[in-house]
Design a protein around this ligand. Structure first.
Ligand code: CUA
Length: 199
């Protein structure tokens, strides 16, 4: 047996059994300290982060929620974009949005700086509500009605991307939210069709 061969019965060569260098101890201390900071941030962010849903959450039958969405559509529909209804609810009202494979029903037309209660739920499986290009994300779970108090602060034509893999059509599951700046006189079927030009 040559001296270079290590069988596991011999001690490996090196100095690992000697006390660690001061610099190494300092780095271990820094790393541990940082771990503690991140650990503390978890509960802290939960309480102080301001990213928690601001509304109600209650159980709901998925099909009942979908029916409620249909009623909401019938009540406030102003047009459609290739068959998908465009709905313009009055400011301050309850707004219903159903996620299902593979669409967001309906298209919402809201007013800037007006408050709404956005009811979100799924008709089938988990979906992810992601308002593009803003950084707003929300899990949409079947059986739960999430009533979020929302106030659009920016006018524009936004997309809702599904960010939770939900099946073969996940990548085409795109919805729309139109936010108008000011009075809803633009809320005519004609304007809605123009606004629906590109998706
Ligand atoms: Cu719905 Cu992915």
């Amino acid at each position: 047996m040559t001296p270079e061969t290590h069988t596991g019965l011999q001690s490996p060569r090196g100095v690992w059994w000697k006390p660690a260098h001061k610099a190494e101890k300092v780095w271990v201390a820094i790393a541990f300290g940082w771990c503690m900071v991140l650990f503390a941030m978890m509960p802290l962010w939960h309480l102080k982060g301001g990213q928690n849903p601001s509304g109600i959450r209650r159980k709901v039958d998925p099909e009942a929620f979908f029916q409620r969405t249909q009623e909401f559509i019938a009540q406030y529909q102003i047009g459609d974009d290739r068959g998908m209804p465009i709905v313009a609810p009055p400011a301050g009202s309850d707004v219903y949005l159903t996620a299902m494979a593979f669409q967001w029903t309906p298209i919402l037309q809201l007013e800037k700086d007006k408050e709404y209660v956005l009811h979100l739920s799924s008709r089938d499986v988990n979906h992810g509500f992601s308002l593009y290009p803003l950084n707003i994300n929300f899990q949409v779970v079947p059986g739960y009605d999430y009533g979020l108090r929302v106030k659009p602060t920016e006018a524009g034509d936004f997309r809702i991307i599904c960010n939770e893999f939900c099946g073969i059509g996940h990548h085409i599951m795109v919805g729309r939210v139109i936010v108008l700046d000011g009075a809803p006189q633009a809320a005519t079927a004609e304007t809605a069709v123009v606004a629906g030009g590109d998706r």
